[in-house]
Write a protein that binds this ligand. Structure first.
Ligand code: GDP
Ligand code: ZN
Length: 356
């Protein structure tokens, strides 16, 4: 089947069948711009919008289709645009809180199996950023791999790997150079023919260069030149899916300037499982790791087995998660208040209706 090379598998096929809609066809979102979607279906690429009904039903931003999603669309031979009716449930979703005041999740990447978290080894390497990305990756349901790019600019790669190992326990760490190609085969080992991978990280760390290297063509560069500004320079502004010649699908994503947490704490426990394990040894189950006797965390901080910096990162991310939870509660309460008010109004209207 043609769609298999785009990651279509039995799981999605089953989900599609469950819709029970013979009039619709499955497709994957390759590209999105202002809610116009470029899909790939059995018959190739199609442009699509979303149905009015879908738009009406969707209340949260994260429920709209995004790049990587599998959707069910209605082909229309006469119109030049197909219509998306459903988004299939995602097997993974990398979320962040959207920028600005609203407490809403934004999906950065959907249905990714392995996420490469890219940092550059050219200077200001930031362990805190790696921890934050890792937490969000664990939260997403995708398998994280840390990629340390620009190894050609680094004098002591082993030292850099050691530093990252301390903040990424149990996660593969791959030093590479997108310029020389050194280490790229270790990245390829993590890309299975049936799977989708994504490169995430700040702008300028070399995500596009890595994607180009993996694709082994100038496919993307060609698009870049067309979309780039007059100086021919280009920065990725949209996520986009590409089929890898050797098998598998890769997503290029725009650089994320800020990554505000969207988490229920699950990802934190996984990203900091060293701390979770330590705290299991505290004398009190509900130890707050403050001044309690027999606190394993305090002990580890004192004897240096737990770095103060790492503990601070953990505490910071935890307080961000708590803050988010508070905002979500507040929003839920407001929504409930609004619902009750509307209900009361409705009842009043019904009561006041003249009897016939
Ligand atoms: P993106 O914003 O993350 O997609 O980063 P780009 O792929 O656009 O790369 C940003 C800049 O870093 C470009 O000038 C690249 O040529 C350069 N670059 C990317 N990878 C490497 C590398 O491994 N070594 C060196 N020295 N430069 C690199
Ligand atoms: Zn404790």
């Amino acid at each position: 089947m043609y769609l298999t090379q785009f990651g279509w598998d039995e799981q999605f096929s089953g989900l599609f069948k469950e819709l029970g809609r013979d009039d619709l066809q499955p497709a994957r979102v390759l590209l999105e711009s202002a809610r116009i979607y470029t899909l790939v279906g059995e018959t190739g690429e199609i442009q699509a919008g979303i149905s009015g009904r879908f738009r009406h039903q969707v209340t949260e931003r994260k429920d709209f289709p995004v790049v990587g999603d599998w959707v069910a669309f209605e082909p229309d031979a006469d119109a030049d645009q197909a219509v998306i009716h459903e988004v299939l449930p995602r097997k993974s979703a990398f979320l962040r809180k959207e920028a600005g005041k609203r407490t809403q999740a934004q999906v950065i990447a959907a249905n990714v199996d392995t996420v490469f978290l890219v940092s550059g080894l050219d200077g200001d390497f930031n362990p805190g950023r790696v921890e934050r990305y890792l937490m969000m990756a664990w939260e997403s349901g995708a398998k994280p791999v840390v990629v340390l790019n620009k190894a050609d600019l680094c004098d002591d790669i082993d030292e850099a790997v050691d530093i990252v190992e301390a903040v990424a326990p149990g996660v593969p760490i791959l030093p590479v150079s997108a310029v020389s190609g050194a280490g790229i085969e270790r990245v390829s080992e993590h890309i299975r023919a049936t799977e989708t991978v994504a490169f995430l990280g700040s702008s300028g760390v070399g995500k596009s260069s890595l994607v180009n290297l993996i694709l082994g063509t100038d496919q993307q560069r060609v698009r870049d030149v067309r979309e780039g500004d007059s100086r021919g320079r280009h920065t990725t502004t949209h996520s986009q899916l590409f089929v890898i010649p050797g098998g598998g699908v890769v997503m290029d994503t725009p650089g994320l300037r800020e990554l505000q947490v969207w988490s229920d704490g699950e990802g934190l426990a996984q990203a900091f499982n060293d701390i979770e394990e330590l705290s299991a040894n505290c004398r009190f189950r509900d130890c707050e790791h403050d001044r309690e006797p027999g606190c394993a965390i305090r002990q580890a901080l004192d004897d240096g087995t737990l770095a103060a910096r790492r503990w601070q990162s953990y505490e910071k991310l935890k307080s961000e998660i708590n803050y988010l939870a508070g905002r979500q509660d507040e929003q839920a309460k407001l929504a409930e208040k609004k619902r009750k008010k509307e209900l009361a109004l409705h009842i009043k209207q019904v009561k006041n209706r003249p009897r016939t």
